[in-house]
Ligand binder design. Structure first.
Ligand code: 13P
Length: 252
């Protein structure tokens, strides 16, 4: 089964217009400079989506947002709808990132509802799952990830509109990563749960990214695992050289 590798950058709450534009232009230039076999996505904050879209013009780099509401429009002060994201040029949206689950109390049910709305609007989703350190230490990693997959991925999801990102919470921004074997074990078990939920055909085609302290130095090992189909990169996506070195080292 050939799944197209994806290298996605989650800029989180970083970037003003000027530096966001520079970063996007550098990524665009680097993607254009070489024949690339993977798909690139950058996910800046809402406020600079339009600026980044412009800076990416002509480069095969998709634009993604970091969250959306489940309604198309209406009385939801401060929220952004899926239609607003397609309107500004997004083709992807990250949903259920652990920082949103923790900071905003997002449940699997809410994430599922958002994903359905995003798909309806024509957006592709990157749905995040992952265990905390306490859960890992109690040996609950596979159970937690399975529950999150079952609860937050819509039954109607397909490999064409959904990407999963496994991000162990304790590996995010810490410089720590699970062993390659641990990553492969979780990804393989996630694929099994996806097969149960969506059927084997979709599960085999669906990309499962790894995220959490991905750097140029560990990209090759992590991204060459059989069930790892790319990376969702946080900190290292804020420097174009590092972001592109991750792609280069992963053979993309
Ligand atoms: P870091 O790469 O900074 O660990 O962040 C990972 C992440 O949360 C991407 O969504």
């Amino acid at each position: 089964m050939v799944r197209k590798m994806m290298i996605a950058g989650n800029w989180k709450m970083n970037g003003l217009s000027a530096d966001g534009m520079v970063l996007a232009k550098e990524v665009a230039a680097s993607v254009k400079a070489k024949k690339r076999i993977c798909e690139f996505v950058v996910c800046p904050p809402f406020t600079i989506l339009a600026v980044v879209k412009k800076a990416l013009r002509g480069a095969k780099v998709a634009l993604g947002a970091q969250d959306c509401h489940f309604d198309e429009k209406g009385a939801h002060t401060g929220d952004i709808s899926p239609l607003m994201l397609t309107d500004v040029g997004c083709s992807y949206v990250i949903l259920g990132h652990s920082e949103r689950r923790a900071d905003h109390g997002e449940s699997d049910e809410l994430i599922c509802r958002k994903a359905e709305a995003a798909h309806k609007a024509g957006l592709k989703t990157i749905i995040c799952i992952g265990e905390t350190l306490a859960q890992r230490e109690k040996g609950e990693t596979i159970d937690v990830c399975s529950k999150q997959i079952l609860g937050s991925v819509p039954v109607s999801a397909t490999a064409a509109d959904t990407v999963i990102a496994y991000e162990p919470v304790w590996a995010i921004g810490t410089g720590k990563t699970p062993t390659a074997q641990d990553v492969e074990d979780v990804h393989a078990s996630v694929r099994k749960v996806l097969a149960k939920k969506l059927g084997k055909g979709q599960a085999n085609k669906m990309r499962i990214l790894y995220g959490g302290s991905v750097k140029p130095a560990n990209a090759k090992e992590l991204l060459s695992l059989p069930d790892v189909d790319g990376a969702l990169v946080g900190g290292a996506s804020l420097k174009a050289v590092d972001f592109m070195a991750i792609a280069d080292n992963a053979g993309c």
